[in-house]
Design a protein. Structure first.
Length: 211
């Protein structure tokens, strides 16, 4: 239990510290070049991971809260049933990532003013740039590993710029994606074990109720 709690706490601290630093030190769309293939590039989005926008921010925030609640229940059951530490940590990291982005959407609109052409102020006198549950997620990790131009003979894209990897994300997004990848790669059998244990537990509960 303490390992999962520590992982969630550390990831939340790292995620929020990086976002608050960027928000209070950089105007929107400013970037800091670390290497040719890595930049701190400040963007905000009301959508999902990697800047994807599908639904209204309020609806998405409510959905995230529901998902985190479900993950909390699953994580508790995994710990109670003594699943592998790595399997438990993956779910803890997914939960931490979801919580990190929830904090942005829930509170940043109230706690900060806007970042357009200025560095945002924490707790501004005139109020924040939005309302509770309507804030935007702060992204800053940009890895343009390949920057080149499409050959002129390529249909439609010839002569245009090509960048790989283009999405800009944050530590919370990374935590979710890496954990899901590890789960699918190394712990697929554990999902079947979880389902069997869950079914066994449900059958025992039903027997106790009938007794």
């Amino acid at each position: 239990m303490w390992i999962a709690s520590a992982a969630i706490l550390l990831l939340l601290i790292a995620d929020q510290a990086s976002k608050v630093w960027v928000k209070t030190n950089m105007p929107l769309y400013e970037h800091i070049k670390i290497f040719s293939w890595f930049k701190i590039y400040f963007t905000e989005n009301p959508g999902m991971a990697f800047g994807i926008e599908l639904v209204d921010t309020y609806i998405l925030t409510i959905f995230r809260i529901i998902v985190v609640s479900v993950l909390g229940v699953v994580l508790y059951r995994l710990i109670k049933r003594n699943f592998q530490t790595g399997f438990v940590l993956c779910f803890a990291c997914i939960m931490a990532g979801a919580l990190g982005n929830i904090l942005d959407c829930a509170f940043y609109g109230v706690l900060f003013d806007h970042s357009y052409g200025q560095v945002a102020t924490f707790m501004p006198e005139g109020g924040g740039y939005s309302t509770f549950l309507q804030g935007k997620v702060v992204d800053m990790l940009y890895f343009p590993l390949i920057q080149t131009t499409w050959p002129s003979w390529v249909p439609k894209w010839g002569g245009q710029e090509f960048v790989f990897f283009r999405p800009i994300f944050n530590i919370a997004d990374s935590s979710i994606c890496v954990s899901v990848f590890v789960l699918l790669l190394f712990y697929r059998r554990s999902f079947s074990l979880y389902e069997r244990k869950k079914m066994t537990n449900d059958e025992m509960t039903n027997d106790e109720q009938m007794a």
